[in-house]
Each structure stands twice: as structure tokens, then as C-alpha cells.
Design a protein around this ligand. Structure first.
Ligand SMILES: N[C@@H](CCC(=O)N[C@@H](CS)C(=O)NCC(=O)O)C(=O)O
Length: 199
């Protein structure tokens, strides 16, 4: 399998962490690219032109990150990161969806900040920022409700927090959130997080 990624993409990082935690790296080649440069090899696999995109050995391409994560979770020897059924499954999927939505807001803020100032919308930025702050208030509760210590929910939340550190330090997400900060410090020390650290 071949994973197209960019080193700073939080969506791609989630899949790269899943692959490492699932013990799949012997079967996975990682190809770095910059989606903003419209690489033909990426667009041939994902017409949306976004990373991550996973190319299977039989030629099938899989995107986007939640689908790739689910595909990878079906492979490999170690216990699944997404429970098969029941409330445990949906706790994991909802925590992952929370992180995914917050990542969407954070990425939109990043992209907005790159536009000429006169074209930026302070109202839109305020809405994205507010959704991240509301998500942060609920994240610890979601993480504490997850089954076990390592699921897709943990990985998605960890990658989102890493992205806030990378691009949105001004949010100071740790302030007043000691429990979440302590959880992230531990999680961020995992080898899979260290190996995929964009800094
Ligand atoms: N919903 C997608 C989002 C992927 C995404 O937006 N990736 C960004 C990089 S962080 C990208 O490739 N952007 C290029 C573009 O939108 O043209 C996923 O979860 O995989």
C-alpha cells in the first residue's frame, strides 16, 4: 500500500499514526507531497486532490481520512482501534468525528489566514474558533468515556491537538484545561506520535 500525505496534514497524521499503532508499516510506503501544488500522482488517486489518499496494491484508491482509518483498522494483528459494535463503537466514532470537525475548523482558519487580509472574514474565523473552543470543552469528557486507552477517538483527538500546537498556538488550548493537557502530554509521547511529529 502507498499513502500520499503531507507532513503537516492533521488528517494524514491520523492515518499515519493508525498505521503505526496497528503494526502495518512493513506493508506501507509513505509518499510525501504538497496538495497545494496539484501533484498529478495525488489527483490520479483522489480527484479531490487532498491528502491523505491510500493506494491499495490492487490499484483501488481510498480516501478520505475516516475511511482510510477504518480500512487500516481492518488489517494487521493487534486489537482494533474501532470497536465492532454497540455503544463502544459509537463513542469512538463520535470522539473521532468531534476531532475531525474541529480539525476542519482549524484548517479553515489556517487557510483564511493565508488570504489577503482584505479578503478575510473575521465573522467566519470567529465561528470556526468558537466551534474549536466548544469542542475543547467537551473533549476531555469524550476521551474519558472511550473504551480502553487507545482507539481511533484517542488518535483523532491527539492529532487535532498537535495541529493546534502547530498552527494555532495563539488559541492557548491548554489554558484552564489541565486534564486535557496532561492526557495529551502522555499521548504525544507515543512512538507513533513522535515519528509523525511535523515540527
Ligand atoms: N475530509 C478530508 C480532508 C482532507 C484535507 O482537506 N486535506 C488537506 C490537507 S490538511 C488538503 O489536502 N488540502 C488540499 C486542498 O484542499 O486542495 C479528510 O478527512 O481526509
Amino acid at each position: 500500500m502507498q499513502l500520499f500525505y503531507s507532513p503537516t496534514s492533521p488528517y494524514a497524521r491520523k492515518c499515519r499514526v493508525v498505521a503505526r499503532e496497528r503494526g502495518l508499516m512493513a506493508d506501507l510506503t509513505e509518499t510525501a507531497c504538497n496538495p497545494m501544488e496539484d501533484p498529478a500522482e495525488l489527483q490520479a488517486r483522489n480527484p479531490l486532490g487532498r491528502v491523505p489518499a491510500l493506494l491499495l496494491d490492487d490499484g483501488m484508491a481510498i480516501f478520505d481520512s475516516p475511511v482510510i482509518a477504518e480500512y487500516l483498522d481492518g488489517l494487521g494483528p493487534v486489537p482494533a482501534l474501532i470497536p465492532a459494535a454497540g455503544s463502544a463503537r459509537f463513542k469512538v466514532l463520535v470522539a473521532a468525528a468531534l476531532a475531525q470537525g474541529m480539525t476542519d475548523s482549524a484548517l479553515l482558519m489556517t487557510m483564511e489566514g493565508r488570504r489577503p487580509q482584505a479578503q478575510q472574514s473575521p465573522e467566519a474565523v470567529a465561528r470556526w474558533r468558537a466551534s474549536i473552543l466548544r469542542g475543547l470543552e467537551r473533549m476531555t469528557g469524550h476521551i474519558e468515556g472511550l473504551p480502553g486507552d487507545l482507539t481511533l477517538g484517542h488518535i483523532a483527538c491527539g492529532c487535532l491537538l498537535g495541529y493546534l500546537d502547530l498552527r494555532h498556538g495563539a488559541l492557548e488550548w491548554r489554558k484552564g484545561r489541565d486534564a486535557l493537557a496532561a492526557w495529551f502530554e502522555d499521548f504525544n509521547a507515543r512512538p507513533a506520535m513522535r515519528e509523525t511529529d511535523p515540527n
